[in-house]
Design a protein. Structure first.
Length: 313
């Protein structure tokens, strides 16, 4: 199965980012996503989850479109053209993105933010497992305790109670599978296309098209509803999609998928921070311990190669 997946090495394009640089971009993406979590919940006050997803991803695609067009011009000058198989990979990533986002949005209607935060983080240990099963990439042993540490930290932060899973919990839980596959593949496909902006814009358009068409067919849409959700759509579309998801693509061109999953799990920490800043939420002592544990796992994964190289000298 691994032979059918896109290769990982970067063939051309800008100079590769260092581990710390790519990790920094992914951390910034997680910060942006954490800040947009409230907007995702509030945006559905005026529109349904499919419509909300379609409009904000269309807006995100428009934000990245000038960069993608410029990138394509440069690639053509270098003799590289995007073929049909490349477009198929873009379509696959866009579909995975759409499924993950929509399932999470539907779940947010009927589950608590705390349960949603923990359940979404379950994709973290799935990524190294899938990398091992599908790509035959055995992660460094430190990935496994770091993944478990991120899950434990998220549990402490959210205080999630899963004794009886609600329908909303099950929707969010199901979103972890497409999220895991997306994180696993996005960097490799960006390298295949030799263009992070091209992939970002393409997958946003596919996501917007799929969710938008389904939204038009199944959800009531009104001018008043769109006006009510306008603020949330603008912020999550421009900032969370246009900037945040694009940073993810750029950062993952130069990062191992398992490392990326652990770094991106810090979204939970940033969501708690912005909840305290703008909504008056407060973390308990266990919440602070959970945040510290997640950050410790991220730092450990980033410095582990540096320590290894130092002791090998």
């Amino acid at each position: 199965m691994s032979a059918t997946l896109p290769r990982g090495p970067i063939a051309s394009g800008p100079a590769p980012l260092s581990r710390l640089q790519s990790g920094g971009l992914l951390l910034l993406a997680a910060l942006i996503w954490g800040s947009a979590f409230v907007g995702q919940a509030l945006g559905m006050a005026g529109v349904g989850p499919l419509t909300f997803t379609g409009v904000r991803f269309l807006l995100g695609a428009l934000v990245v479109l000038p960069l993608a067009l410029r990138e394509q011009q440069q690639l053509r000058r270098d003799g590289h053209r995007t073929g049909g198989r490349d477009l198929a990979w873009v379509g696959l990533l866009g579909a995975l993105l759409c499924i993950g986002v929509v399932l999470q949005q539907i779940g947010l209607i009927s589950t608590s933010v705390t349960n949603a935060g923990f359940l979404t983080a379950l994709y973290v240990p799935l990524v190294p497992l899938l990398a091992w099963l599908l790509l035959r990439q055995l992660p460094h042993w430190s990935i496994w305790p770091a993944s478990i540490g991120c899950l434990a930290g998220t549990w402490l932060m959210t205080g999630a109670s899963l004794s009886a899973l609600s329908p909303g919990d099950l929707w969010v839980l199901s979103s972890t599978i497409p999220w895991a596959f997306h994180v696993l593949l996005v960097g490799r496909i960006a390298n295949r296309l030799r263009g992070a902006y091209t992939l970002a814009c393409g997958q946003f358009l596919v996501c917007a098209l799929l969710s938008g068409v389904l939204g038009l067919a199944t959800e009531p849409i009104s001018t008043e509803g769109l006006r009510t959700a306008a603020g949330a759509i603008l912020y999550t579309g421009i900032v969370s999609v246009g900037i945040g998801f694009t940073l993810q693509v750029v950062g993952q061109r130069h990062a191992h998928p398992a490392d990326a999953a652990i770094i991106l799990s810090s979204e939970t920490v940033f969501a708690a921070f912005f909840g305290a800043l703008f909504m008056g939420d407060r973390l308990s002592a266990s919440g602070f311990a959970g945040a510290a544990l997640i950050l410790a796992c991220i730092v450990a994964i980033q410095i582990q190669p540096l320590l290894k190289s130092r002791f090998q000298r």
